[in-house]
Design a protein around this ligand. Structure first.
Ligand SMILES: Cc1cc2nc3c(=O)[nH]c(=O)nc-3n(C[C@H](O)[C@H](O)[C@H](O)COP(=O)(O)OP(=O)(O)OC[C@H]3O[C@@H](n4cnc5c(N)ncnc54)[C@H](O)[C@@H]3O)c2cc1C
Length: 434
């Protein structure tokens, strides 16, 4: 990344009108993951002149390889006192759901220490109250978007199953789901017979389960992102490939965007560069403590067993999701920052565990993958106006639920671009909250 070009000091950001005029205002969305594509599509639908830029093709970074769950119920941060208590056990278990690359610890320690401040039930409850506005309703939204884009097969509205191999995990989940039900989430406890009626291939240890209702899945998150990017282009949006290397505000209040493929100018920027967004915000002088939780997937193109629903093994933190390309095992967390190469030992863990979930499964891996979940210390995204650069809007940091939060994030950004009050209280998502 090159140095920042000129840096006019922003005037009082509150006095600068940030809303634009459809048909006139130019908008550059940086990042064509599922979040940026949703923002770009929502903005072009409002009539803005939108350019979507990414250094790679749409949907090829973190949005490529997720578990595909439209997790309307996932508005409570995973990281809380219970996970904190379990961390030592996780780290001692080579097949545990969390691992740390110790050599990278000095780099990630400041972010990890900040995270500890948010490991409280009171924070989880406050965060849930904010996040539910971004998760609930996403399945209907994706159903409509995929249908409009001519690919309705990409969105399924089947229940998602959460399964347990011991009663204590089931009871804990029961209490947690009761809290989520207070926000309207629907679920059903299943006994072994009800479970195997839905999933005959499940192993005998899984005697307890919940069916999570009202959400859904996508059968291919990468293709979903690409299809929505194509819909954006069909509506008149411009898709460009190039790496953004410099950002600067101009005297007229607009932005100069230096890319590997030349210079762009835009009246507004939407920053949706996933786990790399803080690097670009820093070019305009904004410090945001974004970190990353890396996750992995394995594709079993020929699993040899029939799996009808996405099945989450909560204690092991991965899903077995039936997808267009086969059975995808996706999940787990590795803390190792942005620079270290992937360590596919995480994939091996999932393939070693999956025969207990699905006896008889063929564990030959056809492809393996690693992605960077963008995560802030309080597990909430940064969404809304920049705190230093009027006209810059942030849309990143959706950690484990970026696919789920895409449509609502796009709607918020479209309203901000029009200068309208957002339909969601953005205070918990402010860039300067740390
Ligand atoms: C294993 C795993 C399972 C998951 N499962 C789920 C799930 O089931 N449901 C769910 O809701 N979420 C899930 N997630 C989380 C979800 O995938 C992410 O939150 C989401 O993909 C983030 O989307 P994004 O658009 O913010 O980032 P990305 O998809 O990473 O997109 C950011 C884009 O910005 C581009 N970019 C970065 N820097 C620059 C630059 N300087 N110039 C140009 N372009 C740039 C990148 O190339 C990239 O394309 C999972 C994640 C993982 C890893």
């Amino acid at each position: 990344m090159t140095a920042t070009i000129s840096q006019p000091k922003p005037e009082n950001s509150k006095s600068v009108p940030q809303g634009g005029t459809p048909g006139e205002t130019t908008v550059c969305v940086i990042g064509a993951g599922i979040v940026g594509v949703n923002c770009a599509l929502a903005a072009v639908k409002e009539g803005f002149k939108v350019t979507l830029i990414d250094r790679i093709a749409p949907g090829e970074a973190c949005s490529f390889g997720n578990a595909g769950i439209l997790a309307e119920w996932s508005f409570v941060p995973t990281f809380g006192p219970e996970v904190l208590r379990s961390v030592p056990g996780y780290l001692l278990d080579p097949k545990g759901p969390l691992t740390i690359r110790w050599a990278r610890l000095p780099h990630i320690l400041p972010w990890l220490l900040r995270m500890l401040r948010f490991a409280s039930v009171s924070h989880q409850r406050r965060a849930a109250d904010a996040m539910r506005h971004l998760t609930i309703g996403c399945s209907d939204a994706y159903g409509a978007l995929a249908a409009e884009a001519g690919a309705p097969e990409l969105v399924r509205r089947d229940p998602v199953l959460q399964v347990y191999d011991n009663e204590s995990d089931f009871k804990k989940a029961e209490a947690d789901l009761a809290f989520r039900a207070s926000y309207g989430i629907k679920y059903q406890a299943l006994d072994r017979k009800e479970l195997t009626d839905l999933e005959p291939a499940l192993g005998p240890d899984f005697k307890w389960a919940h069916a999570l209702l009202g959400g859904g899945t996508t059968t291919n998150p990468g293709r979903l992102t690409k299809v929505l990017a194509e819909a954006f282009v069909k509506r008149g949006g411009t898709l460009k490939q190039g790496e953004v290397r410099g950002l600067a505000r101009q005297a007229d209040g607009g932005f100069r965007i230096e890319t590997s493929d030349g210079v762009l100018e835009a009246d507004r920027i939407v920053l949706a560069a996933g786990a790399f967004s803080h690097k670009l915000a820093a070019l305009l002088g904004e410090k945001i403590p974004l970190g990353t939780e890396r996750g992995y997937h394995a594709i079993l193109a020929d699993p040899g067993v029939q799996v009808n629903h996405a099945v989450g093994w909560k204690a092991r933190a991965f899903y077995a999701s039936p997808m267009e390309m086969g059975l995808r095992l996706a999940g787990t967390v590795e803390l190792a920052g942005l620079e270290a190469p992937p360590d596919y030992a995480r994939v091996k863990v999932m393939t070693e565990l999956v025969p207990k979930l699905l006896p008889g499964v063929k564990t030959e891996v056809s492809t393996q993958w690693m992605g960077f979940r963008p995560t802030l210390p309080d597990s909430l995204p940064v969404l809304g106006p920049s705190s230093v650069a009027p006209g810059l809007f942030h849309a990143f940091g959706h950690q484990h639920v970026g696919l789920t939060c895409g449509p609502a994030t796009g709607r918020v950004i479209a309203r901000l671009l029009k200068g309208e009050a957002p339909n969601v209280d953005l205070t918990p998502f402010r860039a300067d909250r740390f």
